[in-house]
Design a binder for this molecule. Structure first.
Ligand code: ADP
Ligand code: MG
Length: 239
């Protein structure tokens, strides 16, 4: 591998040794790459929120997760940090590496918000994965061209399905991580069929993180379809 050979190897060992039952409070307690540490520092993120403390160690170790936590609890970093780290340790960086991670959000606004956090922590920290938004704001062909080099894509269900079915130069065969953010809203908005169809295009062997503010029967059904032997994490409001 590249110049940071030793870095990556040491990180792999540290993640292997990480005990997800041990309580972490600060981001500096976690085995994270230099760029992620820099990005978190630059954005002034120091201590983990509850959902982050429970989800990140498990997700770094490759577990599938079904996470329930209300709005405002910090779910975005709970999945973006594992994406940045797991792709970094796998050296899923650059055009030839292909698409490594897909985040599906219910609305364009939410997808944009997630992308902004990714830029703030990942981009500013110095990660080299290329990332993009697929939300249908641009002409389809512009998106098609941009897609070819993306390692991380943040998308809405309809547009992603359209590309998977119509963009011949694009495939998700190398995908390592799928995130379904606000799964309850994705289902409320009628995207169940689109998400089912997207999942049919993805490799079976992948890591999937599903986050939802509420736990409904339909979320449980989607979880059964998309997750393998997941860890259940739920964070309750302080009374
Ligand atoms: P959710 O997706 O659960 O609704 P967000 O990921 O949007 O929550 O985060 C909610 C707010 O909390 C954002 O303003 C974000 O910047 C902030 N935040 C997230 N994680 C942390 C953290 N570890 N320390 C301080 N602020 C955080
Ligand atoms: Mg959110």
């Amino acid at each position: 591998r590249k110049r940071d050979d030793v870095d990556v190897e040491a990180l792999e060992k540290a993640v292997e040794d990480l005990d997800p039952k041990e309580v972490v409070t600060d981001f500096t307690d976690l085995p994270l790459s230099g760029p992620t540490k820099e990005g978190l520092k630059g954005a002034h993120f120091v201590t983990l929120t509850d959902i982050q403390a429970k989800a990140i160690p498990l997700a770094l170790k490759g577990a599938d997760i079904l996470g329930a936590a209300k709005t405002g609890s910090g779910k975005t970093l709970a999945f973006l940090i594992p994406i940045l780290e797991n792709l970094y340790r796998d050296q899923c960086i650059g055009r030839d590496a292909g698409l490594g991670a897909m985040v599906i959000a219910p609305t364009r606004e939410l997808a944009i918000q997630i992308f902004e956090v990714l830029k703030k922590v990942g981009g500013k920290g110095g990660h080299l994965h290329s990332a993009g938004l697929l939300i249908g704001g641009k002409p389809f062909q512009d998106e098609q061209n941009a897609l070819a080099g993306m390692n991380i894509v943040i998308c809405t269900p309809g547009r992603m399905l359209q590309h998977l079915s119509q963009t011949s130069s694009f495939n998700a065969d190398s995908l390592k991580m799928l995130v379904l953010d606000e799964a309850d809203r994705i289902l409320d908005m009628g995207f169940q069929k689109d998400v089912d169809a997207i999942i049919d295009y993805l490799p079976r062997e992948r890591q999937t993180l599903l986050f939802s503010a509420t736990q409904t029967k339909r979320v449980a059904d989607l979880a059964r379809l998309s997750l393998q032997d997941p860890e259940y994490i739920s964070v309750h409001e302080a009374a």
